[in-house]
Design a protein around this ligand. Structure first.
Ligand SMILES: [Zn+2]
Ligand SMILES: [Zn+2]
Length: 285
């Protein structure tokens, strides 16, 4: 059965890092964010209950690190009940094949993301010509071919519930990718935003390295539908999240999050949408 599991043929280790790499933050007692090089994974669940879910699966070749993070928090040989993917970009599924083989757990994603996770369709090529810094310039080396999770991948339930995470619901936030989702818990207004918005300017190698905080739009080199991305940020801001863990950058809460989101919504066309790039058409609206 494991023969059906495979990465794309352009899968490879990406030499990029940040000062946050290897560091974990307990955002809430049951919400833990850990940085793998330049991307965050999120472990949801209270260590007292032993039940948890992993959100996103890090960079290529990070499976051992992810397993130790979860075992340190939940005990030796612990395993999640499921893995939920905000989307299928290489930096969010980098270790998923090894993790699925090791844990034998189901993976859930939005149905529009499934072609990229079942070997059917490649993501569009990253755009190295987009307005942005060195990360955009190095983006041609990023894998964009589909991985294949075979029978391990499942569609998120259409009623908005999130398997094994009662209290959370998934919200379709397309733009950065067609089937991108964020996870929101009404009770304490916790948001797992994926790459719908991030808290670091992901296109700047310097700002990625130093993790300088700023609420910004999705990473530019992989975003293909900017108007949808803007609508998705509007949708998330309207939820008035109290705390947010994003795919890149540090967790953010309170006033800083509220003000950052408000500013991002109103200035999205200036701060998030690049001035030029092959997926940019500023005059569509
Ligand atoms: Zn992404
Ligand atoms: Zn990402």
């Amino acid at each position: 059965m494991d023969q059906e599991l495979s990465y794309g043929s352009d899968y490879k280790f990406i030499p990029a890092t940040s000062i946050g790499s290897g560091i974990g933050i307990e955002v809430l007692p049951d919400l833990y964010s850990h940085t793998i090089q330049i991307v965050n994974i999120c472990v949801v669940g209270n260590p007292a209950t032993k039940n948890f879910v992993l959100v996103d699966a890090g960079m290529p070749e990070s499976a051992n690190e992810i397993i130790s993070v979860t075992e340190e928090r939940f005990g030796a040989n612990s395993r999640p009940q499921a893995i939920i993917l905000t989307h299928g970009h290489f930096d969010h599924v980098g270790a998923i094949i090894e993790l699925v083989k090791h844990w034998d757990v189901p993976v859930y994603a939005h149905e529009l993301e499934l072609p990229f996770l079942t070997g059917k369709m490649s993501y569009p090529e990253p755009d190295p010509t987009v307005e942005g810094g060195l990360v955009a310039k190095m983006s041609p080396m990023f894998p964009n071919e589909p991985i294949n999770l075979g029978s391990h991948i499942r569609t998120l339930p259409s009623d908005g519930s999130v398997p094994h995470l009662s209290g959370f619901r998934w919200i379709h936030t397309p733009g950065h990718s067609p089937g991108h989702v964020a996870l929101f818990r009404e009770e304490d207004r916790s948001l797992i935003a994926g790459d719908a918005f991030v808290t670091v300017k992901q296109d700047s190698l310097y700002k990625v390295l130093t993790q300088e905080m700023e609420v910004n739009g999705p990473p530019r080199y992989l975003t293909t539908d900017w108007q949808a991305a803007w609508d998705s940020v509007r949708k998330l801001a309207a939820l008035q999240p109290n705390v947010a863990v994003t795919g890149h950058g540090m967790p953010l809460s309170g006033e800083m999050l509220a003000n950052g989101l408000k500013k991002l919504v109103s200035e999205f066309d200036q701060v998030a949408i690049p001035d030029y790039g092959k997926y940019v058409n500023k005059n569509r609206h």
